[in-house]
Design a protein around this ligand. Structure first.
Ligand code: FEO
Ligand code: CA
Ligand code: CA
Length: 683
């Protein structure tokens, strides 16, 4: 059956900055969107460097063996335990009808204060900011919130979500969610910018981090109900972590409180993440620079230069924690800055375990880390972790482990990300710069290798391995990496192994002397971003690439929807997170829609004659961004981050009342969506 398309583009020519509110930039990224880019390296782009000997055809043929990500597959199968099964094969489209997984009525662009889902679908909040998580947590009381209560309740501004089956308990899952940042103006009445009380600062610290929450799947529909019990955990800005890899124990990370340089308090600015095949959660520490005060008081020249490269500056400190915990005051503890910016790993089955920060994956503004398991050849069983550095003109990285995965041995597997080689990518093309079917090849450049005994070798002249691990951006500058348009979520397809990266936008490209268009970043003043598709020789050093989508108004000449008829697509702008459904379609959530409508979640066909077809599945309430999508047979889960966060609004003047309605304050929440009356999503 052909489903009629309801098309509606708001904003005409799509001109305008990403619609992210300035107040969001303030609290989330220290106004990085409004400042000069931090990457001033001169590793300029050269077109058609032809660095790779591996032809596009060779790589495509090599990947035809369909490398299968063990974890993703087992997770898909496990998700089927509560009534769902999946072949996991990519859908190839059938005749003129929508592909499997995309048979739903499009949700049209809108500016509503509501979460809109397709006709015939239902929705329910799973958990909201402030809901109890661990036993003894009080009910949420907006007017009388305390740090103690917050440390036991669901945190603020949820970003990544993952669902991990609980062994031996059909229909029960660990819902793992990270809490990226706080926007104090929307949490407290009468809040004065940069002037928190101590209790407000401590509430903010406790509202960060990660939540592990047991949820039970309904037997009747796709809803998930929290179980407040002993499996649950709140990890906050104070929870002890252990640092692994070449940075651990070095002078760069030793502080007053941690003379050994391996015991770090807390995780912050956790953006996207991934679920490993061994059942743990990975999460990227992203915009941690705007939690530190007194950057200008760091007098050591080298330390000051490192801080500048990572965007630390006095003005960016919107949270002002340094007033109450000296570790966040760089004048007192400058090395504390080097203890954030890692990929963290949490084992949800061990609520008392010490989570890890992996420095072998480098220190940057990690958006996420997602895993591909090498299936064939001498590297079979090795894992490849892909990760992006989300800032304008930053880079794409991967880590290839030398340790092999051992099924059922979590302790062994939690060490996989400590031994191996870290690479950064450069992109080239022999085509002229184009937005229409852009493609090319690329090279992974070695940055450092960590051996099984923990010893590490730098591949960058003039830098030690410890320096590469802590000041990874500077190593990547020297390696000649390609400056990208804000690499956000990056994820390998569980069946084809192709790697998809959301390059969210970069309105500074080509502006004021900044680098102009390059093959994989083909637009000046890029407001709407693009989706990069890489065919990677996973454990090797070569890849080919193309642009699946060049996002923005489909009517504009500089947009591209995989070659699909642009008259028949949903307009998409500012892709942020990527995920896959059980049919192999790509799902994309957006952050900062430049087309003047609310952010949303979209499904995109990857294979066959409908490749590039893009359909909006849901939109989030005004002021919010869509994060952390999970798509399984029975349900779609999204994190609704910062609802109502708009300039000139606050807790004293709410812009949104979602999800509770009436005059309620908006609350960041996780939502499950399913088909009324049962049935598989998108079928
Ligand atoms: Fe936290 Fe890159 O978004
Ligand atoms: Ca993101
Ligand atoms: Ca985001």
């Amino acid at each position: 059956m052909r489903i009629p398309l309801q098309l509606f583009t708001i904003g005409g020519d799509g001109v305008g900055r990403s619609a992210r509110a300035r107040v969001t930039c303030r609290y989330k990224c220290g106004e990085a969107c409004w400042h000069e880019p931090g990457n001033t390296s001169d590793n300029e782009y050269f077109r058609d460097v032809a660095r790779t000997a591996l032809s596009r055809r060779t790589v495509l043929r090599g990947s035809a063996g369909a490398v299968l990500a063990v974890g993703a597959t087992s997770l898909l199968a496990a998700c089927g335990d509560d009534g769902a099964t999946s072949s996991g094969a990519p859908s190839t489209g059938s005749g003129s009808g929508p592909v499997d997984g995309m048979k739903f009525d499009i949700v049209t662009p809108n500016t509503d204060d509501a979460l809109r889902v397709p006709n015939g679908y239902d929705q329910k909040v799973v958990i909201r900011w402030g809901d109890p998580v661990v036993p003894g947590a009080p009910e949420f009381d907006f007017e009388n919130q305390t740090a103690d209560a917050q440390s036991k309740q669901f945190g603020f501004n949820n970003d990544f979500a993952g669902l991990i089956p609980i062994a031996g308990h059909d229909g029960s899952f660990y819902l793992v969610v990270n809490q990226e940042y706080t926007s104090e103006e929307f949490m407290f009445h009468g809040y004065k910018e940069k002037e928190p009380t101590e209790e407000q600062a401590r509430i903010s610290m406790a509202a960060h981090g990660i939540t592990v929450l047991e949820v039970k799947a309904s037997g009747k529909d796709g809803s998930l109900t929290p179980v407040v019990g002993p499996r649950n955990r709140r990890i906050t800005a104070s929870t002890p972590f252990r640092l692994t890899g070449p940075a651990a124990g070095t002078d760069f990370v030793k502080t007053t409180a941690d003379r050994a340089g391996n015991a770090i308090a807390g995780t912050i600015a956790n953006c996207s993440g991934g679920i490993t095949p061994w059942g743990t959660m990975l999460s990227g520490e992203e915009n941690y620079n705007n939690y530190f005060s007194n950057t200008s008081k760091v007098t050591d020249k080298a330390a000051a230069a490192h801080l500048k490269r990572y965007g630390f500056e006095d003005d960016a400190d919107y949270h002002q924690w340094g007033k109450f915990e000296t570790r966040f005051d760089l004048a007192k503890d400058p090395n504390e800055a080097n203890r954030f910016g890692y990929v963290v790993e949490v084992d949800p089955t061990d609520p008392n375990g010490t989570p890890l920060k992996h420095s072998a994956l480098g220190r940057l503004k990690h958006e996420s880390a997602t895993i591909h398991v090498v299936k064939d050849g001498p590297n079979a069983g090795a894992v490849v972790a892909y990760t992006g550095d989300d800032e304008k003109f930053e880079y794409i990285y991967k880590f290839v482990s030398s340790r092999k995965i051992k099924e059922g041995d979590t302790r062994h597997n939690m060490g996989i990300l400590t031994e191996g080689t870290l690479y950064v990518a450069s992109f080239s093309s022999d085509k002229p710069v184009t937005t229409d079917d852009a493609a090319g090849s690329g090279t992974w450049h070695k940055l450092m290798t960590v051996a099984a005994d923990g010893s590490a070798q730098s591949h960058i002249k003039g830098m030690t391995a410890a320096e590469v691990a802590v000041f990874t951006r500077e190593a990547a500058d020297k390696a000649g990496a390609t400056k990208m348009d804000r690499p956000e979520d990056i994820e390998p397809h569980p069946v084809t192994g192709k790697v998809y990266c959301a390059l969210t936008n970069n309105d500074d490209r080509g502006v004021d002397g900044e680098e102009g268009p390059t093959a994989a970043n083909p637009r000046n003043e890029n407001k709407s971003g693009q989706i990069l598709e890489m065919t990677d020789d996973h454990a090797g050093e070569s890849f080919t690439w193309d642009l699946l989508l060049v996002a923005g108004d489909p009517k504009a000449a500089d947009t591209y929807y995989g070659g699909f008829d642009k008259e028949k697509v949903s307009p998409i702008s500012c892709p942020d997170n990527v995920a896959f459904d059980p049919h192999g379609n790509l799902w994309i959530s957006t952050d900062g829609n430049a087309l003047k409508s609310n952010d949303g979640l979209f499904a995109v066909a990857l294979e066959g004659e409908r490749r590039g077809e893009t359909k909006q599945f849901l939109t989030v309430p005004r002021g919010a961004e869509t994060c952390g999508p999970i798509i399984d047979e029975k349900r779609v889960i999204v994190c609704v981050q910062h609802p109502g966060e708009e300039d000139d609004y606050s807790a004293d003047r709410p812009f949104s009342h979602w999800p509770d309605g009436g005059n309620a304050q908006p609350r960041p929440s996780v939502v499950a969506v399913w088909r009324k009356g049962g049935g598989a999503v998108g079928m």
